[in-house]
Unconditional design. Structure first.
Length: 181
């Protein structure tokens, strides 16, 4: 039961988990804010949010959703777990919402005087999940309510910080990321 809930949580959130990791690998080039600063003298977003990272991250999340759909029974439309296939608008919302959450967090970090790469405990671990889920609830309401039952949502909020901290620590150890958070 718990194992099943956790499995559904991971399955349904994979299209939201992948984008940030792909952005780390694909990032670089022109920053989204084009170098602009706001009245507080701080960057709008900073050099850590690039067009390339965002685009590759979003596309990767969508592709993952489509690949997961291939694992579904062709006639039932659901997996062994009972998760309905990702409609394309749910896939886009999960993936793009994750990138958007991370971008909004950088906006908040800059406004609170945190330099690029500074840790923002709590926000760093959950920003992308919250925005990803909200956007998905908005654009794919039926799928969202069918998939994210209360126990699954609880699993998402417990698991995500654990997965986030561990994948970032691994990326740091491998030299892919400048900080371990
Ligand atoms: N990245 C990107 N575009 C994004 C998100 C991430 O290019 N939308 C890349 C950047 O190279 C970034 C790296 O992934 O440096 C790590 O992402 P993250 O930790 O979110 O950015 P930080 O550099 O730590 O910047 P910030 O303090 O704004 O979070
Ligand atoms: Mg960072």
């Amino acid at each position: 039961m718990v194992v099943e809930t956790v499995a559904i949580a991971i399955w349904a959130m994979l299209p939201a988990y992948i984008p940030n990791n792909v952005a780390v690998l694909a990032g670089g080039g022109r920053p989204i804010d084009g170098g602009r600063t706001l009245g507080d003298g701080k960057r709008l977003l900073g050099d850590g949010k690039t067009w390339r990272g965002t685009a590759f991250g979003t596309v990767a999340g969508i592709v993952v959703a489509l690949l997961l759909n291939l694992l579904h029974g062709p006639f039932t439309g659901v997996t062994e777990l009972g998760v309905p296939a990702f409609p394309i608008h749910a896939a886009v919302a999960l993936a793009f919402g994750a990138m958007l959450g991370d971008i909004l967090a950088s906006f908040l970090k800059r406004r609170t005087g945190r330099e690029r790469g500074a840790a923002f405990p709590g926000v760093d671990q959950l920003d992308f999940v919250v925005v990803s889920l909200l956007l998905t609830l908005l654009v794919a309401t039926g799928w969202f309510l069918e998939t994210f039952t209360l126990p699954v949502l609880v699993a998402v909020f417990v698991l995500t910080p654990v997965l986030h901290v561990s994948t970032n620590a691994i990326a740091f150890a491998l030299g892919l990321k400048d900080e371990p958070w």
